[in-house]
Write a protein that binds this ligand. Structure first.
Ligand SMILES: Cc1ncc(C[n+]2csc(CCOP(=O)(O)OP(=O)(O)O)c2C)c(N)n1
Length: 325
């Protein structure tokens, strides 16, 4: 048997680099960030006071009008945290977000990274800023319930699904130095615009252009019905990606170790299929999780208790200390 010693050594080195790049501490850091952003999503959607649960939750702490979307938030937070860990320091990296219904997640991440503070001086990354972020979400004269022109980095506004992948290719066109990761909803990929944008890869493959990292957010549902892609087998999904000249790589979103490994693999024309559970961490089953779970939490004792349990499950005060102090 023949071994190319140099190659084996390089592989060994790569392996060790990989091991040290995603050691336990780093994995914990990514997962803590996801938990914190998940909590911030629930707090934005539901709370008008007592944002870190520093005293016993009361009915009056809950917003009188609950408006926004929960279901897709966890997956967005997972993708954001994993990409941030790897590309956070790269000035030529951008993240394009398709599923527009996950605005609480986008707002939470922009706040945590101080991007929001740059355009809104009240969104400071401390307790006062956290209170402001949560209180003003979906609130008269505050933040809207969806991404809008006041959101830092918004390219396309208007609520129409389908443009994320085309926008990502556009950003990297003629910019070989750029890397653009793009999260595409599985419902979004059912639109003609998104599906046909998969063909752009053929035109794009040139050293004059940047690198695209498409990530299909396979959370199984579009609004409350199973998406077409959720009905396909893993083999069919892989073949679909291959048909567009891409290399499929399935990732279980909550397996941080594997997600980090997958992002570091040297895959040409990758197509990541990121599986998460719609509404993960929340009280409802997937198909009920899209918008506001526990709609009657401000008046119904059982829903109030379920919300309290849900909020407490993230241990927000501990998270706040661990992430920010
Ligand atoms: C072109 C277009 N068709 C339909 C809609 C209505 N719509 C809004 S969200 C959504 C489902 C989105 O599903 P997905 O992309 O999987 O996002 P997620 O489930 O993660 O929220 C649909 C059909 C829309 N906004 N734009």
């Amino acid at each position: 048997m023949f071994y190319d010693v140099k190659l084996v050594f390089q592989k060994f080195l790569q392996y060790n680099l990989y091991m040290s790049a995603v050691g336990t501490i780093e994995i914990e850091k990514i997962e803590r960030r996801v938990r914190f952003c998940d909590y911030l999503c629930v707090a934005q959607l539901f709370l008008q006071d007592n944002f870190l649960l520093e005293r016993e939750l009361k009915f009056d702490d809950i917003k009188p009008r609950l408006l926004g979307h929960w279901g897709t938030c966890h997956g967005i937070n997972v993708a954001y945290a994993n990409l941030k860990n790897l590309y956070g320091e790269d000035p030529n990296f951008s993240f394009v977000l398709g599923p527009g219904h996950g605005f609480p997640a986008l707002n939470a991440n922009l706040w945590l990274d101080r991007d929001l503070e740059e355009v809104d001086k009240k969104a400071t990354v401390n307790k006062a800023g956290l209170n402001y972020l949560c209180k003003e979400f979906s609130w008269p004269d505050g933040f809207p319930s969806h991404a809008s022109p006041i959101t830092p980095g918004v390219i396309t506004e208007g609520g129409e699904l389908g443009y994320a992948l085309a926008n990502a290719y556009g950003l990297a066109l003629g910019h070989p130095e750029k890397t653009i990761a793009v999260l595409i909803g599985d419902g979004e990929l059912e639109t003609a615009t998104a599906l046909d944008s998969m063909n752009l890869r053929d035109l794009f493959d040139s050293p004059k252009n940047g690198r695209i990292i498409p990530i299909l957010h396979l959370n199984g549902y579009k609004i409350s019905a199973p998406s077409i892609y959720a009905r396909k087998s893993e083999r069919e999904l892989n073949e679909l990606a291959r048909g567009f000249g891409m290399t499929p790589r399935l990732v279980q979103g909550d397996d941080t170790d594997d997600f980090q490994a997958a992002l570091r693999e040297n895959i040409s024309a990758p197509f990541y299929i990121m599986k998460t559970e719609k509404g993960a961490g929340g009280p409802n089953s997937h198909h009920e999780a899209h918008q506001i779970p526990l709609k009657k939490a401000q008046t119904d004792e059982n829903e109030f208790k379920a919300l309290k349990k849900w909020l407490e499950s993230y241990r927000p005060q501990e998270l706040f200390r661990e992430v920010l102090e």
